[in-house]
Design a protein around this ligand. Structure first.
Ligand SMILES: NC(=O)c1ccc[n+]([C@@H]2O[C@H](COP(=O)([O-])OP(=O)(O)OC[C@H]3O[C@@H](n4cnc5c(N)ncnc54)[C@H](OP(=O)(O)O)[C@@H]3O)[C@@H](O)[C@H]2O)c1
Length: 216
């Protein structure tokens, strides 16, 4: 049975998945890039950006597995970019340049309709205004027998969690304190939703925690 998975989602010690003040200069909010430090050094990240080298330890293995067997992604509109409200035009095409690292259909949740965006390398951004169930149905259809990866951001993951739709979550906890921003689990009773910690692996720059729903 294909799964809905959160993979490689970075959180601070104090539980934030993004710092405060997201904007064009701070895609992950202020100091948010520190959350991704475990990923930027990996061979996987460098290869995704056409670069050679990079570290090949535990963090790299886990990062690479995060992309395996994924047939579609779901993102929130804030993860797609800094534009808020009605789209002023079609010029914003995501943070990732002409060839984004997805290479499969990506369903972007938003309240503001927009035509699909065909990018190089197989990524197609579809803008979904029908809510999380509509996004999941479209992503599952597109993914076929493969899994759907829920990329984030925080508000989007929280909705899917509260609806009991996420099968497994891999959180990469970084040893940083952000003090504010987008809190991933605040006010969410994970055990009551059936989640438990299935595995814990210490990487070079992050602690990897694998949560799943009991019996899953
Ligand atoms: N730590 C990590 O590993 C990681 C991974 C991914 C992203 N991030 C970061 O997380 C931040 C974004 O997270 P976020 O919590 O601010 O926002 P988000 O979840 O990316 O997006 C929230 C927005 O998506 C739209 N949306 C969400 N659910 C919807 C629904 N059911 N129906 C219609 N529209 C819906 C709404 O936009 P509109 O109403 O404006 O259309 C909403 O304001 C970014 O800084 C990103 O870089 C971090």
């Amino acid at each position: 049975m294909p799964k809905l998975s959160v993979r490689s989602f970075a959180v601070s010690i104090d539980g934030y998945g993004a710092g405060p003040g997201q904007d064009l200069e701070n895609p992950i909010g202020k100091r948010g890039l520190e959350l991704m430090e475990w990923f930027f050094h990996t061979r996987t990240w460098r290869a995704m950006h056409g670069q050679e080298g990079g570290e090949t330890g535990t963090d790299n293995e886990i990062a690479a597995l995060g992309f395996a067997g994924i047939g579609a992604w779901i993102l929130g509109r804030n993860m797609f970019g800094p534009v808020r409200g009605a789209w002023p035009d079609e010029s914003w095409q995501g943070w990732w340049g002409a060839e984004p690292p997805y290479h499969v259909p990506v369903f972007v949740l938003t309240h503001y309709a927009r035509a699909p965006l065909l990018m190089q390398g197989g990524t197609v951004f579809h803008f979904v205004t029908g809510g999380i169930h509509a996004a999941l149905e479209a992503a599952r259809d597109a993914a076929g027998t493969q899994d759907v990866r829920l990329g984030g951001g925080v508000a989007t993951i929280r909705q899917f969690l509260q609806a009991g739709l996420i099968d497994e979550l891999h959180l990469a906890q970084r040893p940083v304190l952000l003090g504010g921003g987008e809190s991933l689990l605040e006010g969410i009773d994970m055990p009551a939703l059936g989640y438990e910690c299935a595995r814990y692996v210490q990487g070079e720059r992050a602690s990897h925690v694998f949560l799943r729903r009991g019996g899953g």
